[in-house]
Write a new protein. Structure first.
Length: 261
């Protein structure tokens, strides 16, 4: 079965938020308990992780994930890369490297902050560290992980440029933090038949560096995916409220939600 697991449905602070609590989320609804961003894509037996948040270790344990074929990064903010160190358990106990994929700016930022994960071979005998192989990708140019074809797309309007990913020509589309989808990427998305699209909904209302429900609805109307999952939700996004205001094709995510694709 080809599927997606929403490992973490929360934005940067998770829900509840430290020192702030539940915000507008109903604390009695377990679907409002949110770890930070993380998505696992399984297609034809290939397992591809999108982003490694601070909660990555717990997400792997919760879902009994012991091996990955690749990791894709959407951007270099803490809630999307800070769990990278926990890849070392996968590389160590599977005794193999993991390929990571991102645009050059994101790879460079990850290497600046977590340089040791790309350890010199001479050091690997005396340290336990991830053996990660960097792969620089370009927007508009497809690449493959085993049997899975992936097209990286350009997203703008966030505080840094971000990357989205299209799997097998529209079987799955994952959108990261954004306010606009670039013109080139939109032209591509309009040409393909989108089955499932995962989109962030950091806040329902206006926010300077993030999308909102109106922005998402605008793109849904243009792209016309068969199904939409809203994730990356903050403390202002109560599960039932998001369900109420979502278009007919869309539903809010929750941690460990499984979506067949």
């Amino acid at each position: 079965m080809d599927r997606v697991i929403i490992l973490g449905s929360g934005s940067a602070s998770g829900v509840p938020v430290v020192a702030k609590g539940w915000g507008e989320c109903n604390p009695h609804n377990p679907k409002n308990i949110r770890r930070r961003a993380g998505i696992l894509v399984e297609i034809g037996g290939t397992k591809i992780q999108i982003d490694t948040s601070q909660d990555f270790r717990c997400q792997m344990l919760d879902n009994a994930i012991t091996k990955l074929d690749a990791v894709l990064y959407t951007h270099s903010h803490a809630d999307h890369i800070s769990g990278i160190d926990d890849l070392r358990a996968l590389t160590k106990y599977n005794d193999e490297s993991i390929n990571i994929y991102a645009i050059e700016d994101h790879i460079n930022e990850i290497k600046k902050r977590f340089g040791y994960v790309f350890a010199d071979v001479k050091l690997e005998e005396i340290t336990e560290r991830p053996k990660l192989v960097e792969n620089i990708i370009e927007y508009g140019k497809t690449f493959k992980v085993n049997n899975v074809e992936i097209m990286p797309i350009s997203l703008t309007g966030h505080s840094v440029p971000t990357s989205g990913y299209v799997f097998n020509k529209g079987k799955l589309v994952v959108i990261a933090d954004y306010r606009q989808i670039s013109e080139q990427s939109m032209e591509y998305l309009k040409r393909i038949d989108v089955n499932v699209m995962i989109m962030p909904l950091t806040q329902i209302g206006e926010q300077i560096y993030h999308e909102n429900i109106d922005i998402n609805k605008k793109y849904i109307d243009i792209i016309k995916p068969k199904k939409v999952i809203f994730t990356h939700m903050g403390e202002h996004c109560d599960y039932d409220e998001v369900m109420h205001i979502s278009p007919q094709c869309a539903v809010p995510a929750y941690d460990n939600m499984i979506v067949e694709i």
